[in-house]
Design a protein around this ligand. Structure first.
Ligand SMILES: NC(=O)c1ccc[n+]([C@@H]2O[C@H](COP(=O)([O-])OP(=O)(O)OC[C@H]3O[C@@H](n4cnc5c(N)ncnc54)[C@H](OP(=O)(O)O)[C@@H]3O)[C@@H](O)[C@H]2O)c1
Length: 300
């Protein structure tokens, strides 16, 4: 990757990361800065910026925090105006910001579905559209889209989240063809379970809109309970990952001379994809049911 002077007169490569207030985005921003990238660690709520700022200051890292809400046109434009004022290039964009909605299709409002897509899918497009012209002009760049195992397989009561990540996978695959001619690579990161705030931050709509039974309890509460019980051990399983594992995979992928299109992260993710390839659709469905509802490990 050729490097030109940026507007600060240095030759650092430049990275932009969304959703840097916690979890994978937090660790990725720090790792890229530690590895020498001038990193714009963006987040929607600057009240959450103190920790990353303190670490960056203590370690003397080239890391700047900027406000960026991926669902807000003005916020995205303002952030890139500031980035462009400081830097004439962007080498890496990590589209990481995202959250999950848990609920049955029947009980979720269309607005809840739309909000999920507004962040996890349209948010990626909104940010990526700011970056493409810059990377196209400089003749190179890496766009890293943080998808999920859920970008390839269905999970009960996760249809909004899963479909937003399936959409992200289709978007990324298609953009690869468009952008390769300009030296821009688009890759997908597909973690299994990662121990972050993701599960606490998930928007659980089960029982809130309990309109499917006459007695006003959700028709899906039993399924939800089974899912919850099934997922609990996975959060503590050694097969799952921590944020720094995902950050490391992102960093390694950026530097790779033989870059893959997709990077599963975690033993759980690797095992799930292996089984997906090996089994028929129905066999795979049964294996997923067994793994989740009978609390068997995803590792095979
Ligand atoms: N944890 C997992 O098991 C797992 C597995 C596979 C994929 N992923 C994916 O990994 C990515 C990061 O999640 P995480 O596990 O690190 O969870 P996390 O700790 O909850 O972090 C999510 C980040 O996204 C930010 N965010 C949410 N909505 C946003 C918006 N509208 N604009 C800007 N930022 C926004 C959050 O900001 P606030 O702090 O302001 O809420 C937070 O910084 C997500 O795309 C998720 O789908 C996670």
């Amino acid at each position: 990757m050729s490097i030109v002077n940026n507007k600060r007169g240095s030759q650092e490569k430049v990275a932009v990361v969304t959703g840097s207030s916690s979890g994978i985005g937090f660790e990725t921003s720090l790792l890229l800065a530690r590895k020498g990238f001038y990193t714009f660690a963006t987040m929607r709520n600057l009240n959450k910026s103190q920790k990353i700022k303190d670490i960056a200051k203590n370690e003397n890292l080239s890391l700047k925090v900027l406000q960026l809400d991926v669902t807000d046109d003005k916020s995205v434009k303002d952030a890139f105006r500031q980035i462009n004022d400081e830097s004439s290039r962007i080498d890496v964009l990590v589209n990481n910001a995202g959250y999950g909605v848990i609920g049955a299709v029947e009980e979720m409002s269309l607005d809840e579905f739309k909000s999920q897509f507004e962040t996890n899918f349209f948010g990626v497009i909104r940010v990526t559209k700011e970056v493409i012209p810059i990377m196209r002009n400089q003749g190179n760049g890496n766009i890293i889209n943080v998808s999920s195992v859920g970008g390839k397989i269905g999970i009960p009561l996760n249809s909004a989240y899963i479909s937003s990540k399936f959409a992200l996978e289709g978007l990324s695959e298609s953009m690869r063809y468009e952008l390769a001619q300009f030296g821009i690579d688009v890759i997908l990161i597909e973690p299994g379970v990662v121990k972050t705030n993701f599960f606490e931050n998930a928007d659980v709509v089960i029982n809130n809109n309990a309109t499917t039974n006459n007695n006003k309890t959700s028709a899906y509460s039993q399924l939800n309970q089974k899912l919850f019980e099934g997922f609990k051990p996975m959060l503590n399983s050694s097969a799952s990952s921590v944020s720094s594992d995902v950050a490391e995979v992102i960093y390694q992928a950026i530097g790779s001379t033989n870059r893959q299109v997709r990077y599963p992260v975690g033993k759980d993710a690797v095992s799930i994809f292996k089984m997906r390839q090996k089994l028929s659709d129905k066999e795979f469905e049964n294996w997923i049911k067994e793994s989740i509802f009978h609390k068997k490990s995803f590792i095979n």
